[in-house]
Structures are given as C-alpha cells and as structure tokens.
Design a protein around this ligand. Structure first.
Ligand SMILES: [Fe+2]
Ligand SMILES: [Fe+2]
Length: 192
C-alpha cells in the first residue's frame, strides 16, 4: 500500500508535467492556430479537474492530519489552504476566458507560477513535518484515504466535503470550478 507522500507525489508529478506543457505554449500571440488554442484550453481544463480532485482530497485528509499535529502543523496547513484558495480564484477567472483573450496568458502564467510554488511548499514544509510525526501504517492509511477521496471526488453535489471548518471553505470553490468545466465540456453550461 503506497503511503500518502507517494500518492500525493504522483499527483504533483502529473500536474507539474501538465504545467510544463502549458508553459511551453503555443500562445495566441505566437500565432497559434485555432486548433492549437482549443487544445490549450482542453489541457487547462484537465489541470483544473485534476487540481480540484487533488486539493479536495488534501483538504479532507491531509490538512486535518497536519492540524492534528499542533501549532506548527496548523500554521502550515493554514498557509497551504490560503494558497489553494488563491489558486482557486485564479482558476475560476481563467475558466471564464479563452486562450485568445488578452488577459488569458498573464493569468495562466500567474497560475503556473503559484501552482509550482504551492507544490514546492507542500513538499518542502508540510511533508517533512508530517513524515516524522506519523507511523508508516498511518501514512499508508492516509494514502488510501486520499486515493479513495480522489476516486469519489464528486464535484456535484459535493457530499464528500466535510460539513464544517476550514476545509470546506477552501474545497467548495475548487469543486465549483470543476463543475463549471464539466458543464462546459458536456455543453450543459450553454443551455442555462
Ligand atoms: Fe495542495
Ligand atoms: Fe498537493
């Protein structure tokens, strides 16, 4: 059974690979074709969905485990949750734009930069602290919980989100963005 760090690292690696592809372009200003811009938007939508699942699973299982460590764990969890909420806002704005819009690329560049630094923050500050405080068995139990949460990760109507607390505040907007993307993909958004 993989432990929570192995599970989260696989997600981070997947997201980092998608971010690298987004950072590579091609951009509208570089003369990208309509098809290339459509692929760019599609890739961004995949990142949004993956982020929504990953952050929701962290918010349900990882940050509560950090908060349970005491003052230091709670402080790091709070910072990380603020970063996730900020990224969520940027993704929400991005999901309203098309790759041809003037505001799209600056906002995407900001998201890429913030998402990379959030990943680094978690791996450099959160993981080492939790890693020394919990047993291997607990780390595997958390890993399983994260996998399960990601699989279920219903973005609508969000029954897996805890009813109260910090986690819910941060999780709901992310899930809402994923809903919006799914609506766009299914065409449902256009009918409203
Ligand atoms: Fe995170
Ligand atoms: Fe993460």
């Amino acid at each position: 059974m993989p432990d929570v760090f192995t599970v989260l690292r696989a997600d981070h690696d997947e997201v980092k690979a998608m971010l690298a592809r987004l950072a590579d372009g091609p951009r509208a200003a570089d003369g990208a074709s309509a098809e290339q811009l459509a692929q760019r938007q599609q890739l961004l939508e995949e990142v949004i969905i993956e982020e929504a699942r990953h952050e929701a699973a962290e918010q349900q299982h990882f940050w509560p485990a950090m908060q349970a460590l005491g003052v230091d764990g709670a402080r790091i969890a709070e910072q990380a949750l603020e970063q996730e909420a900020a990224a969520d806002k940027v993704l929400s704005q991005l999901s309203e734009l098309s790759p041809g819009d003037a505001e799209f690329e600056p906002l995407l560049a900001r998201f890429i930069r913030d998402a990379r630094s959030h990943i680094t923050f978690e791996e450099a500050h959160a993981w080492p602290l939790l890693g020394v405080e919990i047993t291997q068995a607990r780390a595997e139990e958390l890993g399983e919980a994260v996998i399960r949460a990601k699989k279920m990760a219903p973005t609508r109507p969000h029954p897996s989100i805890p009813p109260q607390g910090l986690a819910q505040k941060a999780a709901s907007p992310v899930a809402a963005v994923a809903d919006k993307v799914r609506d766009t993909l299914s065409g449902r958004g256009r009918q409203q």
